[in-house]
Design a protein around this ligand. Structure first.
Ligand code: SF4
Length: 224
C-alpha cells in the first residue's frame, strides 16, 4: 500500500474506539475542498514495514485501525492490510468516496470491515463540478452498505454550493440511512476561486439543515 501518513492515536475517527489512522496516497476525485490534497499526487511515502511494525506493537493498546486517504480502495493490497489488522485484533474502519463498489463488495463479503464511513458528496449531477469526477458507483455502494449488515454512515461536507433544496433531494434519493452526518465546511486559502461570492455556512445553519431533514432521514445529524 502507498501510505502517505500515519496518525498514531485518534479518538475522533472511529466511533467509540481509540484508533490509529493510515492515510493511503492518491485519489480518483479532486474535490475542491479536500483537506488531504497534499497526499493526492505522489507524496513522500512511509515504509510499509514501519507501519506494520507499529500495528504489531500497539495491538491490544488501541482498538481500531482506520484506513483513510486519499481513497484507500485504489490500493491493490487493501484487503491484505485489513486482514492483517483484524488478525492482530483490531476493529477496522474504511473511509471511502464510494467510487469502487466492486472493491467494497469484496471487502464486505470477506468480513474485513467493522465500520464504513462513505461520502455522499452532493446530488449526483453535482459530483462533476464539485469533485471533478462522475458519481459512478456511489449509489451502488450505498445499496451494498445497506444490504451488508455492517455498521456505516454517510457523510456530506456541506459546501456553500449545496442548497437546502439539494440536500432535501439527496435525502429523498436514498432509502432510510442508519446515520447521515452533515459536516461543517471550513474554507481553505485556495478555495475562494471555486466559491465566488458564496460564504461558508455557519454551524447553526448546518444544525438547522439537519433539523429540517429529519422528517425524511430520521438519523441525520449535524457535525458542526
Ligand atoms: S474524495 Fe476525499 S480524498 Fe479524494 S479528493 Fe475528495 S475529499 Fe480529497
Amino acid at each position: 500500500m502507498n501510505i502517505a501518513g500515519l496518525q498514531r492515536s485518534s479518538t475522533l475517527d472511529f466511533p467509540k474506539k481509540l484508533s490509529a489512522v493510515i492515510f493511503a496516497a492518491g485519489c480518483n476525485y479532486r474535490c475542491f475542498y479536500c483537506h488531504n490534497r497534499t497526499i493526492l499526487d505522489h507524496p513522500p511515502l512511509l515504509p510499509e514495514a514501519e507501519v506494520s511494525a507499529f500495528l504489531e506493537r500497539r495491538a491490544g493498546l488501541i482498538e481500531g485501525v482506520v484506513f483513510s486517504g486519499g481513497e484507500p480502495t485504489l490500493q491493490k493490497d487493501l484487503a491484505w492490510w485489513l486482514n492483517r489488522a483484524k488478525k492482530l485484533g483490531y476493529a477496522t474502519k474504511l473511509d471511502t468516496n464510494g467510487s469502487r463498489p466492486d472493491v467494497l463488495s469484496n471487502l464486505l463479503c470477506a468480513g474485513l470491515l467493522d465500520y464504513v464511513a462513505m461520502d455522499y458528496k452532493a446530488p449526483f449531477e453535482k459530483y462533476a463540478p464539485l469533485c471533478l469526477a462522475p458519481p459512478k458507483g456511489v449509489r451502488e455502494s450505498i445499496d451494498l452498505l445497506l444490504a451488508s449488515g455492517v455498521a456505516f454512515e454517510l457523510r456530506t461536507t456541506v459546501v456553500p454550493q449545496l442548497t437546502i433544496r439539494e440536500l432535501t433531494g439527496m435525502a429523498e434519493a436514498v432509502p432510510p440511512l442508519p446515520r447521515w452526518a452533515l459536516q461543517l465546511y471550513r474554507e481553505q486559502p485556495d478555495d475562494r476561486a471555486y466559491l465566488g461570492e458564496l460564504a461558508p455556512y455557519r454551524p447553526e445553519e448546518i444544525r438547522a439543515f439537519a433539523r429540517a431533514l429529519k422528517g425524511i432521514q430520521q438519523n441525520v445529524e449535524a457535525r458542526a
